[in-house]
Design a binder for this molecule. Structure first.
Ligand code: C5P
Length: 243
């Protein structure tokens, strides 16, 4: 049996929990992708997946059915979410497109690698004394593809993207909002200390299709996850988007 304090905490959470996401299906991508260079090496980035997993937990606790498409991370999936593990941007794209139609809210937290090696050698690349050049091709931009698809089909699904920036955070968020046809872009300054990649905390600005810009103060990613979902639900009302 768990400790009484744990039981009390859990009971309190269940009793006070909102169920404002009942009936929603939330598709979330999280973590980095890995793009192989050869059978033993890959290109990736420092994404820990913490923000995406926090959103998955928050959405699930608020009553949503959660589909979590995750790159390789060191995290346990939150209870009750459906986890799909992927490695590459191509695999992430395929998983997202397969589950898109059944989703009412799509949140793209993943730090997708922007480039990959088109023809991965079958054997390990040997070390030589010579300089080695890599020829890289762009990966599919999943968010842009989803945004175009939602617009084309006029499905009313709510689309939320993320933007990790090192300068002009709000201007970049607004540019991405338009370029990728999102309803909201959650932007954070990854050059700041103690927030962003790998950290348990973050400080983000929300740029919304309505023109509203909402800075959320520095907080734990799990706390921000609930605030982002609060804004998403309000935004959907403002945009008259349907479930
Ligand atoms: O353009 P940038 O990569 O900064 O945009 C970030 C947003 O786009 C994130 O929501 C990320 O998940 C998404 N993205 C994507 N596919 C890519 C690159 C980024 O879905 N190939």
């Amino acid at each position: 049996l768990p400790e009484p304090a744990r039981i009390a905490e859990f009971t309190l959470r269940v009793l006070t929990q909102r169920h404002d996401l009942d009936g929603e299906t939330v598709l979330i991508t999280a973590g980095p992708t890995r793009e192989p260079l050869d059978p033993v090496r890959f290109i990736s980035n420092r994404s820990s997946g913490k923000m995406g997993y926090a959103l998955a937990e928050a959405a699930s606790e608020r009553g949503a059915r959660v589909l979590l498409v995750s790159g390789p991370v060191q995290l346990d999936p939150p209870a009750g979410v459906e986890l799909m593990r992927v490695q590459t941007a191509r695999e992430m794209r395929d998983a997202v497109m397969e589950r898109l139609a059944e989703s009412s809210i799509i949140i793209k937290t993943a730090a997708v690698a922007d480039y990959h090696v088109a023809n991965v050698p079958k054997q390990k690349v040997k070390k030589t004394a010579m300089r080695l050049s890599l020829e890289l091709d762009p990966t599919p931009d999943i968010l842009a593809e989803v945004g175009a698809e939602i617009e084309r089909r006029a499905t009313g699904q709510l689309l939320i993207g993320f933007a990790a920036e090192t300068e002009n955070v709000v201007a970049e968020a607004k540019r991405k909002l338009q370029a990728k046809k999102c309803d909201m872009v959650v932007a954070n300054d990854v050059s700041a200390d103690g927030t962003g990649f790998e950290s348990d905390e973050n400080e983000v600005v929300l740029a919304m299709r309505t023109g509203e810009v909402a800075p959320l103060g520095r907080a734990a990613k799990r706390v921000l996850a609930d605030q982002i979902l609060d804004h998403a639900m309000q935004l959907r009302l403002a945009l008259h988007k349907s479930r």
